[in-house]
Design a protein around this ligand. Structure first.
Ligand code: GL7
Length: 818
């Protein structure tokens, strides 16, 4: 039963009155937002109850997605879409004199993640619910998510994010499912009468994990799964037991402030934080989650562990939750008193691990000393896992000590380190990379010996994105057009978009498609003006690079090219190019100096270019502050050219590349990550591929790369880099931008920016040419949208189901929509 506009209106008013204690005359947009959420939440909770009951009755096997990050963004519009209530809500609010668009803007983003890895987790739980798969997301209920970025005089300033300061209407606290987590202390070895030994961990500190559930509504509103996030609190009876049992003063000293554990998200992307608190965060949420899974399992199976591996699969989203492996072993061996082999058999049939990066600085390693202090029993278990594994290595490569050293979980050196990647591979039954190229490099370069040892363990699952958020919700105009051409079920079957391809050369359809793009560009232009005061021409090419700021992503390659264009215009006022607006969105890790310098440089170059009358409208540069999911939703539909220009071999997959192409942008990119597969899908005529391949990069590295060769041979490169040293862009402050030049010349240009510059610049000339041919461009754009079917996260999830999880969907009785 569909809810009517009248009923929905009544529900909103009812919540204004009795949930919020206000009324129609007093309510501001925030109150309307909360009341609308509450009205939708009625449906959400009914769906949740039905889903949980169905899963319980059917005793379903479920996947448990362990992730330190879930970058959810806003939920109201998504939940309305998924229940098919968007138009109803829009109409109901209109009759109340309220604009839905304004109401939606009230919702703070749930930014409990850094970038692609966290957003992938959010897309995956959307697909899991949509595909009616029994699944739970497990993570951390950070009080502060990723910092809010302000730009002051061109520089990034970090401000705290407070996403739930005024209450979050979606989350439900579940005090009935609180867990206790132990930390610190020591391990006692007890000798039994029969000669057996037993280990007992006497923790030095205990904290409480309080679960908050965020319902995850599948498209169609049938299955509502949950994302369960743990918040840390001081334990009630805290250390009395510990204190009395051990009687030692250290218990107090070791006690960290319990609340700090879930206080903040580490703002680093692709770098290992390497901090004690970070390890505690990881252990905290893994321990709570495992105990939660076991509690649920025991409700159905009591102490019979034999079916555990049939019921439970746990996906480790990168190594951040890898400590769950020894934690499950500890619970099974020390608590449930299973023998080691039985416990290991269960464990290694439960865990699977996704690798998201090859960057060495992101591969987690913990000092053994730190583990010993925080999790003394887990370190012992890791040693035991490693000892047995080394025996296995010895069987395969007898007497080969260098193999052992290479494969060991323990890295010997001045400081003994525990390699969490190795632990994850050894403790999992499947390991996957996130795009074809990346998975090949995982096999060939990162874990070749593991691949030799277990040839079936390493596999690929190419990433995907949810088309519900990343086309249907964020681009209503294009969605409507697509509906008319291919029918309305493409959000569930994205391959249907291929039906657009046959219209790609149709003039009328080209016109409609490009008119949608033009309208979306106007909306973004308004947003740009509102947030930066910069006026941009919507007839210009909108060229967008949105992603975390990192040298390997090469925003500075983009910047050097912008400077080159600027210089060409100054040298030749008639320089022939179609007007272009370069738009950036990016946050830099607060401690990443060069990344912050690049943001500063972009803003300084923007100031100059945008205010130089000699340039006119030909060139504009915009840095939109505080890039986040909700801003991405506004930028992506308006993009003409998508910048995916990482050094080949460095971007594991990328997912922004998929979102932009889906919304009718043409990619300029390297053969890296999922760009390779995007190129396969759209065909080489509909993408601008440039620059070195992974093999080229390796060859150049081997032959000895010297960036100065490019500096001295290419006059334009030299002029641009020298320009950075003057005070042209920073009047009165010469040298303010010099760190970029230094990184490229004196520090060896580790990401081959100069080596790829000319190829990039040439490719941009091709882009310019193609755009000026309106018919050709429209065709390219349409083909891009048409051929993105592969990149729905539903396909990724189906690959996980087939290759990793062996999971069945479970139909939940269709709820009444109230
Ligand atoms: C990342 C990769 O860098 C990115 O290419 C990939 O798309 C994403 C999801 O698989 O994972 N790995 C990583 O450590 N971060 C990523 O975004 C932070």
């Amino acid at each position: 039963m569909k809810i009517s506009k009248g009923d929905f209106k009544a529900a909103i008013i009812r919540h204004l009155h009795s949930t919020l204690g206000t009324d129609e005359n007093k309510a501001n947009n925030h109150a309307w937002w909360k009341a609308t959420c509450a009205a939708i939440q009625e449906n959400v909770l009914e769906g949740l109850r039905r889903t949980q009951k169905t899963h319980y009755m059917n005793d379903t096997r479920a996947v448990h997605y362990f992730s330190a990050e879930f970058l959810m963004g806003r939920l109201l519009s998504n939940n309305m879409q998924n229940f098919g209530l968007y138009d109803v809500a829009h109409g109901a609010l209109k009759e109340l004199g309220v604009e839905l668009a304004d109401v939606l803007e009230e919702e703070p983003d749930m930014a409990l993640g850094n970038g692609g890895l966290g957003r992938l987790a959010a897309c995956f739980i959307d697909s899991l619910a949509t595909m009616e798969l029994p699944a739970i997301g497990y993570g951390i209920h950070y009080e502060h998510g990723l910092f809010r970025q302000e730009i002051k005089s061109g520089a990034q300033i970090e401000r705290p994010d407070s996403w739930r300061d005024y209450g979050n209407p979606w989350e439900i606290c579940r005090p009935e499912s609180i867990q206790e987590v132990s930390l610190f202390g020591y391990v006692e070895t007890k000798y039994g009468d029969n000669g057996g030994i037993k280990k007992e961990w006497h923790p030095g500190s205990i904290v409480k994990g309080v679960p908050w559930d965020i319902p995850v509504v599948g498209y169609g509103g049938k299955t509502v799964n949950v994302l369960r996030l743990w918040q840390s609190e001081a334990s009630d009876y805290f250390n009395w037991d510990v204190f009395n049992a051990g009687g030692y003063v250290d218990a107090q000293r070791e006690n960290i402030q319990a609340e700090t554990i879930s206080k903040v998200l580490y703002p680093n992307d692709e770098t290992e934080a390497g901090k004690e608190l970070r390890l505690i965060q990881q252990y905290f949420f893994c321990s709570c989650s495992l105990k939660d899974i076991i509690r649920r399992y025991k409700r159905a199976h009591g102490d019979d562990w034999s079916r555990f591996k049939e019921q439970v699969v746990i996906q480790l989203n990168d190594t951040h939750p890898a400590i769950a492996i020894p934690e499950l072993m500890r619970i099974l061996v020390d608590r449930a008193e299973l023998d080691w082999d039985t416990a290991w058999d269960i464990s290694t049939h439960v865990f699977a691990y996704t690798n998201h990066t090859l960057l060495p600085e992101a591969l987690e390693k913990w000092p053994a000393r730190m583990l010993e202090k925080i999790l003394p029993r887990h370190l012992e278990i890791i040693y035991e896992i490693n000892h047995r594994f080394m025996n296995e290595v010895d069987k395969k490569w007898p007497g080969d000590n260098s193999k052992k050293a290479k494969l060991s979980i323990i890295e010997e050196g001045p400081e003994k380190m525990v390699r969490m990647g190795h632990l994850s591979v050894i403790g999992s039954f499947k390991v996957n990379g996130v795009a074809e190229l990346h998975s090949r490099l995982v096999k060939e370069n990162l874990f070749p010996d593991f691949d030799a040892l277990w040839p079936d363990k390493l596999t690929n699952v190419t990433n995907g994105i949810t088309p519900r958020r990343w086309l249907k919700a964020c681009n209503p105009l294009l969605s409507e057009l697509v509906d008319k051409k291919v029918g309305e079920d493409w959000p569930l079957n994205l391959k249907k978009l291929e039906g657009l391809a046959k219209h790609a050369t149709n003039k009328t359809f080209q016109k409609s498609f490009m008119s949608v793009k033009q309208k979306n560009k106007q909306l973004l232009a308004d947003e740009i003006y509102a947030s930066t005061g910069i006026q941009v021409d919507t007839n210009a090419i909108f060229d967008i690079q949105i992603k975390r700021l990192h040298e390997y992503k090469r925003q500075h390659l983009n910047l050097l090219h912008i400077m080159a264009l600027y210089r060409r215009i100054l040298e030749n006022p008639d320089y022939d190019m179609h007007p272009r607006v370069f738009i950036f969105g990016a946050k830099a890790a607060p401690g990443y100096k060069l990344a912050k310098d690049i943001i500063f440089a972009i803003n300084k170059v923007a100031d100059k270019v945008n205010n130089d009358p000699r340039v006119g409208n030909k060139l504009k540069v915009v840095f939109l502050p505080n890039y986040r999911v909700s801003l991405a939703e506004k930028m992506i539909p308006a993009c003409d050219v998508s910048e995916q220009i990482s050094t080949a071999g460095k971007e594991a997959s990328g997912t922004g590349n998929m979102k932009l192409a889906l919304n009718g942008a043409v990619t300029i990119g390297t053969l890296d990550g999922a760009n390779v597969e995007i190129a396969e899908e759209v065909g080489e005529d509909n993408i601008f591929i440039f620059g070195m391949t992974v093999e080229d990069v390796n060859a150049l590295k081997a032959s000895g790369y010297n960036p100065k060769d490019y500096y001295y041979k290419d006059a334009e490169i030299k002029a641009i880099l020298d320009w950075l040293e003057t005070d042209y862009f920073t009047p009165g402050k010469p040298g303010a931008l010099v760190s970029i030049k230094q990184s490229l010349l004196d520090l060896g240009d580790p990401f081959f920016v100069l080596a790829d510059f000319r190829a990039y610049s040439d490719a941009q000339i091709e882009v310019d040419k193609a755009y000026r041919d309106k018919a050709r461009w429209a065709e390219m754009v349409i083909i891009n949208t048409a051929m993105m079917g592969k990149f729905t996260s539903d396909r990724s999830i189906q690959d996980y189901v087939d290759r990793v999880w062996r999971l069945d969907s479970c139909a939940v009785e269709q709820q009444k929509i109230r």
